[in-house]
Design a protein around this ligand. Structure first.
Ligand code: NAD
Length: 362
């Protein structure tokens, strides 16, 4: 009994420390569903976030992931000017063999029970087909296929936002946002990475690429005349910009000392292993970091457009705001001599505080 109650206390302590509103544990023995839905903040609107399906080693690892990711979604929506809160869900299991229609529909029912407080979308380990199954049980899902009224793959919008974030940083460091003649290494040339490579090559940027999938690496290298690099050479490369488009936490104690980059700007979530420690280290090393949750917000904008019925034109306009939003973050970071990630956090938090005041005064 005492063991259980201290476990509950520690979960509630974690929720208080990170500012979460609600966490829902979903268990359906009939379909094998084990999932966690985390709702971080709903001041600006319903909490929107993808559902990730992964074989987490422990339930604690799954909980930590969903808490961290849902908090980032709050900041992403806030700084992008969207009327959405932050949430995320994880399904514990192997996405290649542990999935079924019944499991996804069961998960849809858990979402429905939240009555719109949480809206989900596709993420690592889930597909538009899964979203279609969830849609059979609830309307609180986005990222369904274009054939049934969705906005389709968000990756091109995400890549466009990252590209604009890169431009805003180049303007700061090199005095012009013309990219011709600059050099970039894109780590991870999946859905977003490939689109980014194309945008950069169209501007005559020298592009280096790295991916653990060798076949894809050489295919993309040939297609866009990009230069393949071995994974362990990425951090020592003498190029202007590092664009992480694969995994999180690649900016850490081990990699920062090797870096000669002027700018880090990519699509991966949570690139800094520790936003305080590594944000400060980058500031000291004069490496400009484009806050990941800001410049990769294109995917969220896509979902928002699907929910609100905005068309492609409005989606692109909202994505184009990422350029100015990145410039604003850099300006605040310089004025206060604080890491860009903390400057971004401050802008996002201020919007939530301001809107909370309006809501409580009427
Ligand atoms: P993806 O799965 O299509 O591509 C990821 C690529 O990274 C794959 O080609 C994979 O082989 C490669 N990779 C994995 N580990 C690697 C390693 N150690 N070194 C080099 N390459 C490695 O994913 P995606 O949709 O292109 O998303 C890329 C990143 O951007 C992810 O972190 C994702 O969470 C984030 N993101 C994506 C979107 C979106 O719209 N797709 C939106 C916001 C954030």
């Amino acid at each position: 009994m005492s063991g259980n109650s201290s476990a509950v206390t520690s979960i509630l302590d974690q929720l208080s420390a990170l500012g979460h509103k609600k966490v829902v544990f979903c268990n359906d023995p009939d379909t094998g569903l084990k999932a966690i839905i985390a709702i971080h903040d709903t001041t600006l609107g319903p909490a929107l976030g993808g559902t990730r399906m992964l074989s987490y080693a422990t339930e604690t690892e799954a909980l930590e992931d969903v808490l961290r990711l849902s908090r980032s979604m709050t900041y992403k929506a806030a700084i992008t000017g969207l009327n959405l809160g932050g949430g995320k869900a994880v399904i514990i299991g192997d996405s290649r063999k542990g999935k079924s229609e019944a499991m996804m529909r069961s998960f849809g029912r858990f979402i429905q029970n939240l009555n719109g407080e949480f809206i989900t979308a596709e993420d690592v380990g889930t597909t538009t087909k899964d979203m279609e199954y969830i849609r059979m049980e609830t309307k609180y899902v986005t990222g369904v296929p274009e054939s049934i009224g969705g906005m389709g793959d968000p990756s091109p919008t995400t890549a466009k936002g990252v590209f604009l974030g890169i431009k805003a940083c180049v303007k700061e460091v090199f005095g012009t946002d013309m990219l011709a003649g600059r050099s970039v290494v894109v780590q991870g040339i999946g859905n977003v990475g490939e689109q980014l490579v194309e945008l950069l090559r169209n501007e005559n940027v020298e592009v280096f690429i790295s991916d653990i999938n060798e076949e894809r690496l050489h295919h993309i290298a040939r297609k866009y005349k990009a230069k393949p690099v071995e994974a362990n050479k990425v951090f020592g490369l003498d190029v202007d910009i590092y664009a992480p488009c694969a995994l999180g936490a690649t900016v850490n104690d081990v990699t920062i000392p090797r870096m000669k980059f002027a700018i880090i700007a990519g699509s991966a979530n949570n690139q800094l292993a520790d936003e305080h420690v590594h944000g400060k280290l980058l500031l000291e090393k004069n490496i400009l970091f484009a806050p990941d949750y800001l410049i990769n917000a294109g995917g969220l904008i896509n979902c928002y457009s699907e929910l609100t019925g905005f068309g492609r034109k409005r989606t692109m306009q909202l994505t184009e705001n990422i350029y100015q939003a990145t410039r604003n973050v850099i300006k605040l970071s310089k004025a206060e001599n604080i890491p860009t990630i903390l400057a971004a956090n401050r802008i996002a938090e201020q919007r939530i505080i301001d809107i909370k005041k309006i809501k409580s005064s009427f």
